[in-house]
Design a binder for this molecule. Structure first.
Ligand code: ZN
Length: 212
């Protein structure tokens, strides 16, 4: 009997404790949500981690606006949830009506392939960043700028060159603005890099700059 009397209040307390626990848990959730929002507000653009471990952000500067391009990482469980903006690409740039660029990245493709395609992902980031910096830049121009950026950062060597080249050559067909196929896209890219290094005013990068 005595034991039962002792147990009864304890049983009645149990739901109260449980309620308090849920309350504490929701407070903790609110705290983390607030902290996350504060972090996002302080650092809305995120950063892209290059294969050498350096974090980069895509800085752009135009006549009326400058800043860091926003990054949006598209995460999904099934293909139907994939950001439709991506289309067939693993990364794209979109501009809002004010011209602010957002780089959309396929987070699933990135996670799956960054191990074997580390140099290519660096290249992809710089390609999209080149578009973000200059909305008028052609696809060849964006590839050209990416190549030069990687060379300047010491991210290019013979093996990386071959990896990036192979990733291009694997693509059998591409829209016209990419030269129609991966082989032609890569050939035009290398041609542009050469012209750019010679400071040829007709290179796709320079003609986009002068077209402004
Ligand atoms: Zn592009």
């Amino acid at each position: 009997m005595a034991q039962i009397q002792v147990w009864r209040p304890a049983l009645r307390l149990a739901p109260v404790l449980a309620t308090r626990h849920v309350f504490v848990a929701s407070l903790q959730a609110m705290f983390w949500a607030a902290l996350l929002m504060a972090l996002m507000a302080a650092w809305p653009a995120r950063a892209f981690t290059l294969s050498d471990g350096a974090d980069v952000q895509c800085q752009f500067s135009r006549e009326n606006t400058s800043g860091t391009a926003t990054e949006r990482w598209s995460n999904y469980q099934s293909l139907s949830e994939r950001d439709p903006e991506l289309g067939k690409a693993v990364a794209v740039v979109r501009f809002d009506p004010q011209g602010w660029p957002t780089i959309v990245i396929d987070a699933v493709a990135y996670k799956q392939s960054k191990g074997v395609m580390a140099a290519m992902w660096d290249f992809i980031f710089f390609h999209e960043c080149a578009h973000a910096k200059d909305p008028k830049l052609s696809e060849i121009g964006a590839n050209c700028a990416a190549y030069i950026e990687m060379q300047d950062r010491g991210l290019m060597n013979a093996i990386r060159f071959k990896d990036i080249e192979a990733a291009h050559l694997r693509i059998m067909t591409l829209p016209e603005q990419y030269g129609g196929n991966g082989m032609e896209f890569w050939r035009m890219t290398l041609d542009c890099v050469e012209r750019e290094r010679r400071h040829d005013p007709g290179s796709p990068v320079r003609s986009a700059q002068s077209a402004r």
